[in-house]
Ligand binder design. Structure first.
Ligand SMILES: *Cc1c(COP(=O)(O)O)cnc(C)c1O
Length: 329
């Protein structure tokens, strides 16, 4: 496998820990957790790994500014702001509210959660609405280019082959930790995490299965996205693998009210992990995926002899967002 330019930022390997009290209370498989919420960059998360590669590419291109986009409480945007600060680059974030209420997006909402951290980390924030996000991103990029700021565009969720490659190496890291599991379960959205993991599974011989719990997409859309991205990532890394939609495992039964809409299932998962194990999940991604895991255990999807790894992808700063105050109280 080819090596790609990479910055050393993340605290790796992230720990793998057993969850004995949660496993016992569910009475199902033995559950383990991999702590990518502890990657060490401004409260951590899965985007830190991707940004080690994306930022190396930005630097190789002579970038002075990085630009990316996401929802108002985006963890990806917070980590991008942090790594830009760390390497002395400017950072512009194009942010939009998750609910496309017709309201004008001119006013910055109260600073809380990830948005507060974006501000502390010195990012410039441009507001948009979701349907206009691509057009605005292009406009912001062009304006930065015209101003001589040498911008570099980081895609949504850091999910292009360069970003996804980080999770191929993360799979290699996990296999070297020598904890045999039958399943790896985690939240999947822009697909880079899952694409990297399935490629790593094939390249490094993981014997178990890699199950993404969809955060916001249908099964068909997410499978197609992950298969295509995994194939492109293999190509980038010089591996002759292709991936087909039907070999990507996705469960989209837990998308509920859509992206960022936390319901009773996410709340139950956040409570269980907090009270059984002292672990913090988030309302958008890991709360949803952990609820999927809990529900699948209850439905007997896993046998009690199986071992399941929950890959914690981060996101807990959103617990402190105004948006989730009522839901948590
Ligand atoms: C971005 C994100 C994900 C989803 O990862 P993708 O690679 O976009 O599928 C999961 N969990 C958290 C906390 C995230 O911020």
């Amino acid at each position: 496998m080819k090596l790609l330019p990479r910055l050393k930022v993340a605290h790796l390997p992230t720990p793998v820990e057993p969850l004995p009290r949660l496993s016992a209370s569910l009475g199902g498989p033995k559950i383990w957790i991999k702590r990518d919420d502890q990657t060490g960059l401004a409260l951590g998360g899965n985007k830190t790994r991707k940004l080690e590669f994306l930022m190396a590419e930005a630097q190789a291109n002579g970038a002075k500014t990085v630009i990316t986009a996401g929802a108002m409480q985006s963890n990806h945007c917070r980590q991008t702001a942090a790594i830009a600060a760390r390497f002395g680059l400017g950072c512009i974030l194009v942010l939009y509210p998750v609910d496309d209420s017709g309201a004008a997006a001119d006013d910055l909402p109260p600073l809380s959660g990830n948005l507060l951290l974006d501000h502390l980390l010195g990012a410039e924030i441009v507001l948009t609405r979701r349907p206009e996000r691509d057009a605005n991103l292009e406009r912001v990029f062009q304006a930065a280019w015209d101003a001589g700021r040498r911008p570099y565009l980081i895609p949504y969720g850091g999910s292009n082959p360069t970003g996804a490659a980080a999770y191929t190496f993360a799979m290699q890291e996990f296999l070297a930790q020598n904890i045999a599991v039958d399943w790896i379960v985690f939240p999947s959205s822009s697909g880079g995490t899952q694409a990297g993991l399935v490629l790593g599974a094939r390249a490094f011989g993981f014997q178990g299965r890699v199950l993404g719990i969809s955060v916001d997409e249908t099964v068909e859309t997410l499978k197609a996205r992950v298969a295509s991205l995994a194939t492109q990532t293999a190509d980038l890394l010089g591996e002759p693998f292709t991936f087909h939609d039907d070999e990507i495992l996705v469960n989209a039964d837990y998308v509920g009210g859509g992206y960022g809409v936390a319901g009773p299932g996410e709340r139950e998962a956040v409570d269980q992990f907090a009270r059984q194990e002292g672990l913090l999940l988030d309302p958008v991604y890991t709360g949803r995926a952990a609820y999927g895991l809990i529900d699948l255990v209850r439905k007997g999807f896993f046998t009690s002899e199986e071992r399941v790894l929950f890959w914690h992808t981060g996101g807990a700063p959103a617990l402190f967002a105004d948006r989730y105050r009522d839901w948590l109280s």
